[in-house]
Design a binder for this molecule. Structure first.
Ligand SMILES: [Ca+2]
Length: 379
């Protein structure tokens, strides 16, 4: 019995009921009426949910961190840094795809190097130039802004996960901490975006006299000397991309003679006159409030979470469905294009990604009851 006048209702034949009568199966249509007020609210709610979903998706994509290995601690073939970087044993590129654009030799520091004797040199938190807990994860990198000797400077460089779009505003953030050993600090640290990979082999034996004199798009503010030896200092800024920038280089882009320097307390001459910074947690995205604020939490699993492991060296992704079968698996790139679609008949699935472009991908696994969304990055 209807409790609302029919005038305010919308009626529809939405359900068919099967009735067994004298062994014959017949269909009987049932007429359902829904009050117009409820229908209107339901429609508005539906639109709101769709809008919210679209906003989350837009935010999620714009908040993608374009820096691969942003905490500088995923190592090639699970190797671990073994010593201070030298020309014969460069270390930074172990944290693929980070590398040094000049002959100079930035360093890696990580907890995995803690056992003696490496730990005393490149362990975490104690190492050759001081004591510092990571900003994120278990390690970080380090570079000389200068040693005040023949313009020796170190830089860290990384290819971006995708080239920058023209006339688009990008927001960069990275964190530095001045090493305890440093006798001086500087304000002259910047970040330079280039279309081409920078590879310099100056005449100096170890990157001496090989200052990269590019004009960085993002610089630490003039006069704000980066003096903190205890805490991490965030350097951040935004710029409008010209388009096509594909590499990021961080360091000091001024020759010694042009640098602002400031004497700081508690430095050590043990490693010579120097300004040495640890660097960690680098992010770049089109979202001003920081990257990956939603994508870290984008799992919407209801029941069992599949185990997903992307191996950048074997170029494959393995999915362990934990004894659940008949799941649908779909992988999308960051443009929402479907790359792979599988109906699983096994628990363990391996998908070869050898020919896929570097970038962010989303893997969706679902069945009638559960849904799971996971992000992974090919770099
Ligand atoms: Ca780290």
């Amino acid at each position: 019995m209807l409790s609302f006048p029919l005038l305010f209702c919308e009626c529809t034949e939405i359900i068919s009921q099967y009735i067994i009568y004298n062994q014959a199966v017949t269909k009987q249509k049932r007429r359902f009426c829904i009050p117009a007020v409820i229908l209107s609210v339901a429609k508005k709610l539906c639109v709101s949910i769709l809008t919210l979903f679209a906003l989350i998706l837009t935010h999620s994509l714009s908040a993608q961190n374009l820096i691969p290995n942003p905490s500088i601690e995923i190592f090639y073939q699970d190797s671990c840094p073994t010593e201070q970087g030298t020309r014969d044993t460069p270390q930074l590129q172990k944290a693929t795809p980070w590398y040094s654009p000049t002959k100079s030799t930035p360093d890696l520091f990580n907890e995995c190097a803690n056992p003696s004797p490496s730990g005393a040199v490149i362990g975490v938190p104690q190492n050759f130039c001081g004591y510092q807990q990571p900003k994120s994860g278990k390690g970080y990198a380090g570079f000389y802004a200068t040693t005040f000797y023949e313009n020796y400077k170190e830089y860290v460089q990384v290819p971006l996960l995708s080239s920058l779009q023209p006339n688009t505003q990008y927001y960069l953030s990275f964190h530095l901490s001045l090493s305890d050993s440093s006798l001086y600090a500087t304000d002259d640290i910047g970040a330079y975006f280039s279309k081409e990979k920078i590879v310099r082999n100056g005449d100096g034996p170890l990157g001496h006299d090989d200052t990269l004199t590019y004009i960085p798009q993002i610089t630490n503010p003039e006069g704000k000397n980066l003096t903190d030896k205890i805490n991490w200092m965030e350097i951040k800024g935004s710029f409008s991309a010209a388009g096509g920038e594909s590499y990021l280089t961080i360091g000091c882009f001024k020759a010694d003679v042009d640098m602002d320097t400031l004497l700081v307390p508690n430095g050590s001459y043990a490693y010579g006159l120097n300004i040495y910074y640890y660097i960690d947690s680098i992010s770049l995205c089109t979202f001003p409030n920081g990257c990956d604020t939603i994508t870290k939490k984008d799992e919407i699993s209801i029941k069992k979470q599949p185990k997903i492991n992307y191996n950048n060296y074997l170029k494959n992704i393995t999915i362990d469905l934990e004894n659940e079968q008949n799941n649908k698996i779909e992988i999308y790139n960051s443009f929402g294009e479907l790359k792979e679609q599988i109906l699983s008949t096994e628990n363990n699935i391996i998908i070869n990604t050898e020919t896929w472009n570097k970038g962010v991908y989303f893997i969706k696994i679902y069945n009638e009851k559960n849904s799971f969304l996971h992000k992974f990055i090919i770099f």
